[in-house]
Design a binder for this molecule. Structure first.
Ligand code: SAM
Length: 276
């Protein structure tokens, strides 16, 4: 099996959409009237979930009518939120076919198929033409990307001159390798963490400029601690990302927190733009 297929299998196998619908039923959410806010605890599948997407969107110069690309779009929650908030179009691409299928079906549920289009594909070889997008972002994807030079080269190619590229990720920390399992890898396979300074250097090499780096570690840590506390009290929400993380979810969340505390990971949000 290729590295890419095993990474995709790690994230989602089988009928992910059916699992989401089952869990919505358990949580008493009606699919006929479901809102973006009700989907958010599951379809913003990254550290701190929905609030982190809102903060990222706050930091971006998105304009009405823009066409954006979400690289590693997952279930499409961030794409739908951004498309609705800014009245723009978002194209999502992700290697995990069951996520892409679920993303498009969720867009049907909330009546947003005209604003968000998701396809299966690899960020290291994007299925788009040159200079198509006014901006791009990828939330919590790069931890699985073996060839960052190719990933940033491709992002640069599909963006218009002056367009922004934003990313959030768990960078590699200063003290050693992370404890596993973590959300992006059960045992270290398919994991390619990079120090934030090296990511900045790779962005510059690809032709990005105006780069700002924000340390998001403390905020993530608070988010993980809240999740751990709720789970320990038996108050974890019925509709949450545990349905995607599987049976290792409690250990994954504890390790994600511990890795930040021990500076094995260094979470960042990075915003840049294509020189132009
Ligand atoms: C933690 S999820 C984040 C999903 C989405 N960005 C979000 O924030 O809700 C990581 C996603 O990255 C995708 N991914 C990993 N490597 C990728 C690659 N080379 N190209 C495209 N997607 C990739 C996975 O399939 C998975 O859906």
């Amino acid at each position: 099996m290729t590295d890419l297929q095993s990474i995709a299998d790690h994230w989602g196998k089988g009928d992910v959409y059916a699992r989401i619908l089952d869990q919505m039923a358990l949580a008493g959410i009606n699919p006929d009237t479901v809102t973006l806010e009700q989907l958010a605890p599951v379809d913003h599948f990254h550290a701190r979930g929905f609030p982190a997407t809102v903060e990222l969107a706050d930091a971006l110069p998105i304009k009405r009518g823009d066409r954006l690309v979400d690289i590693g779009c997952g279930l499409g929650g961030p794409a739908r939120y951004i498309a609705k908030r800014f009245d723009c179009h978002v194209d999502g691409v992700d290697i995990t076919a069951p996520f892409v299928e679920a993303a498009n079906k969720l867009s049907v549920l909330v009546g947003m198929t005209g604003a968000v289009t998701c396809v299966t594909g690899d960020g290291q070889a994007l299925p788009y033409g040159d200079a198509m997008f006014d901006g791009g972002y990828c939330q919590h994807v790069l931890m699985n990307v073996a060839d960052r030079d190719a990933f940033f080269r491709e992002a640069h190619r599909v963006l218009k001159p002056g367009a922004f590229l934003a990313l959030t990720e768990h960078g590699l920390g200063e003290t050693g390798d992370p404890h596993h399992p973590v959300p992006w890898s059960e045992d270290g396979s398919g994991a390619y963490l990079m120090r934030p300074d090296d990511t900045v250097a790779a962005l510059e090499k690809a032709g990005f400029t105006g780069i700002t780096v924000t340390d998001t570690g403390e905020k993530y840590l608070q988010g993980y601690r809240t999740a751990i506390e709720l789970a320990e009290k038996g108050q974890a929400p019925v509709f949450g990302t545990h349905i995607l993380l599987g049976k290792l979810a409690p250990q994954i969340v504890r390790n994600a927190a511990r890795n930040i505390e021990e500076r094995r990971t260094h979470p960042v949000q990075i915003v840049s733009r294509k020189a132009g």
